[in-house]
Design a protein around this ligand. Structure first.
Ligand SMILES: Nc1ncnc2c1ncn2[C@@H]1O[C@H](COP(=O)(O)OP(=O)(O)O)[C@@H](O)[C@H]1O
Ligand SMILES: [Mg+2]
Length: 284
């Protein structure tokens, strides 16, 4: 049986009453802009709204979703893909029942999987689909091949930048790489702003360049303020929304979660997971 047929069979197995989860990759042009903290706290904000959330840590260099949650993950996706453990065993429960999954080299080796392992990967992702309304993937910075295949496959790509000029140019380079997929919604978050005006200014600058030179829309999801509570929460290993729910940065993240749930320009909600899997399989 060829790969495509197998994929159709497995996707067909997903019962129609199982609604597809929304897959959101969180990415940035460069590291240190607040991706992991945003991913973790977005997960909490969504879970507080009653959504079932899974977070996959796909940052190869600096995997630290578990560190921010103050938990220890013993196994990762590559253990599942190699058949060493069952998919349930790679999931650690966080606050509000969030499923935390460490990608490990499971993501790194995506390109070199044999048929058997590819099968396991598809089954694993299908399982995550059945237990989640939202699957958040913290992809790490830059454009490694495997990370790019996740970013390319996901229907929603959330890009994080800071007002720092190099962060803006790096984000532009990343957008350029994914700009030819017309279906993909590229959404922007500006982190560490000092004011809403500063956020508007940075958004307008990048949006104008993206529209003019790449002919793409850039959706403004919102701003997160510079907030000393964030560093404190990292030190405590308690996510900001849990440690300091009233902090100004927490408010920003909750607002973004609200925008994601309610105001997004998102046409094909119900095909999200199938689309993701199809596209991913075409990449690897
Ligand atoms: N809104 C913010 N206010 C203050 N400091 C921040 C903010 N966002 C991020 N930081 C700082 O940046 C550091 C790196 O954040 P992190 O989420 O690990 O970035 P990334 O995953 O992009 O490498 C944090 O530990 C924190 O010190
Ligand atoms: Mg990170």
């Amino acid at each position: 049986m060829d790969q495509a047929q197998k994929l159709r069979d497995i996707i067909g197995e997903t019962a129609p009453e199982v609604s597809d989860s929304r897959i959101i990759t969180i990415s940035s042009g460069k590291g240190g802009v607040g991706k992991t903290n945003f991913t973790v706290n977005l997960g909490i904000a969504l879970a507080k709204q009653g959504k079932r959330v899974s977070i996959i840590d796909a940052d190869l260099g600096l995997a630290n979703v578990d560190v921010l949650f103050g938990i220890v993950t013993k196994y990762n996706l590559s253990n599942v893909i190699k058949g060493e453990i069952s998919v349930q065993d790679c999931i650690v429960k966080g606050p509000h029942d969030i499923n935390i999954i460490s990608g490990g080299s499971g993501i790194m080796d995506l390109i070199d999987l044999d048929n058997n392992q590819l099968d396991k990967l598809i089954h694993t992702l299908s399982y995550f689909n059945t237990i989640s309304d939202y699957i958040l993937i913290d992809t790490g910075a830059g454009l490694s091949k495997s990370v790019l295949s996740f970013v390319e496959a996901a229907s929603d790509v959330v890009l994080i930048i800071t007002p720092d000029p190099t962060s803006i140019t790096d984000a532009y380079a990343l957008i350029k790489n994914i700009a030819n997929d017309e279906e993909k919604k590229i959404k922007l978050i500006i982190n560490r702003v000092e004011s809403n005006e500063e956020g508007d200014e940075v958004y307008n600058k990048l949006e104008q360049a993206v529209t003019k030179f790449l002919g793409r829309e850039l959706e403004n999801l919102g701003y997160i303020f510079e907030d000393a509570n964030l560093k404190r929460s990292v030190r405590k290993q308690i996510p900001l929304l849990e440690a300091y729910p009233r902090a100004i940065a927490s408010k920003g993240i909750e607002n973004i979660a609200y925008n994601l749930i309610n105001n997004h320009k998102y046409a094909k909600n119900n095909t999200s997971f199938r689309m993701f899997l199809n596209k991913l399989m075409n990449k690897i």
